[in-house]
Write a protein that binds this ligand. Structure first.
Ligand SMILES: NC(=O)c1ccc[n+]([C@@H]2O[C@H](COP(=O)([O-])OP(=O)(O)OC[C@H]3O[C@@H](n4cnc5c(N)ncnc54)[C@H](OP(=O)(O)O)[C@@H]3O)[C@@H](O)[C@H]2O)c1
Length: 304
């Protein structure tokens, strides 16, 4: 009994001392002093290599820095691109995969979907912790030999030149083992207040849904803007309409929120619009298709 109590006391004191030391000294100190694999479990500071210097790599870099992580290297095929990002976050820029450092705590592959395989075939990640950031690429892209492989998919639209609040970005995680899943969960929760576990099958449908909700809608903004430009109307007049359309579906379903000539089947207005588009047959096709589908969906849902 005395033995068990002594053990528990020593164990508790050790944990308290470790925590105290970690808070007195920088977490970075803990990372370098403790054996690899132990430190990240205790420390808040990870040493991370970013493979890619594009939109997603840039946003991850800023978010990770904000959470006091240390980006040690940024890789890009173009040293200029790597340097641009590395300089801001105080990392080393590299343009050869062979220069990737071997003892980082995490490797984040944020390159074009098609290039992920190329990276995986060029670097040996077997004993490392590695994730990609793609929605439509399954976890199975990582070979079986990799001990800790995962996905950190941010469900948002990122452009380098546009700042956003990363703490609101839904982060979807998946990992090939429970330990690594916990590691990713802990990291993801430091970066965002919206973290979910999603498997590869679910993630590919989420990505598909994002294409409709973001990319296609954004293309329609492009058409709407072009129509206004031609008549010298400031395209900023669209902003309140776009904002309200996006905001009202937080309270109504898109079917309930729909308005416009197609829903009302205002055939004369529909014909006038098509006439205005005679010089743009591709826009006419889009207009006809959407109008038909809007009316059909509303009729099916018996809104009319
Ligand atoms: N953008 C988004 O909104 C978004 C959202 C969620 C997830 N994602 C995912 O995040 C990943 C990165 O997307 P992104 O938008 O950041 O792309 P991006 O801005 O176009 O950047 C692509 C990066 O991939 C690198 N790259 C391209 N081909 C390569 C190759 N053959 N070998 C090595 N590197 C190569 C580029 O390198 P160079 O600098 O050398 O050209 C660049 O650093 C993708 O998997 C994407 O599906 C994107």
């Amino acid at each position: 009994m005395v033995g068990i109590l002594s053990f528990l006391t020593i164990f508790t004191i050790t944990i308290l001392i470790t925590k105290l030391v970690a808070s007195i000294f920088l977490d970075e100190w803990m990372v370098s002093i403790l054996p690899r694999g132990v430190a990240p479990g205790i420390s808040l500071t990870l040493r991370i290599v970013l493979i890619g210097a594009g939109n997603v790599a840039t946003h991850f870099a800023f978010a990770l820095k904000k959470s006091r992580h240390n980006i040690v290297q940024v890789f890009s095929r173009s040293i200029n691109n790597a340097q641009k990002l590395a300089k801001i976050i105080n990392a080393k820029a590299i343009d050869h995969l062979s220069d990737i450092e071997h003892h980082a705590d995490l490797y984040i592959i944020a390159v074009s979907d098609n290039a992920i395989e190329t990276i995986l075939s060029s670097v040996n990640f077997n004993t490392k912790k590695v994730v990609h950031t793609a929605g439509s690429i399954p976890l199975s892209i990582f070979s079986q030999g990799i001990e800790n492989a995962g996905v950190l998919y941010p469900f948002q639209t990122f452009s380098k030149e546009r700042e956003l609040d990363f703490s609101e970005v839904p982060l979807c995680i998946e990992a090939n083992n429970t330990g690594f899943e916990l590691f990713l969960m802990k990291l993801a929760k430091q970066l965002s207040g919206n973290v979910r576990k999603l498997n590869s099958e679910q993630r590919k449908y989420l990505h598909l849904s994002g294409v409709f909700a973001c990319n296609f809608v954004n293309y329609l903004y492009h058409i709407a803007g072009n129509i206004l430009d031609e008549k010298k109307i400031d395209r900023k007049i669209l902003f309140p309409l776009i904002k309200e359309t996006a905001q009202k579906i937080e309270k109504l379903t898109p079917v309930q929120a729909q308005t416009g000539p197609a829903l009302r089947n205002d055939t004369k207005s529909l014909k006038k619009h098509l006439d205005l588009l005679t010089s743009k047959p591709e826009y006419q096709e889009i207009y006809k298709w959407f109008s038909k589908e809007i009316y059909k969906t509303a009729t099916e849902k018996q809104i009319k």
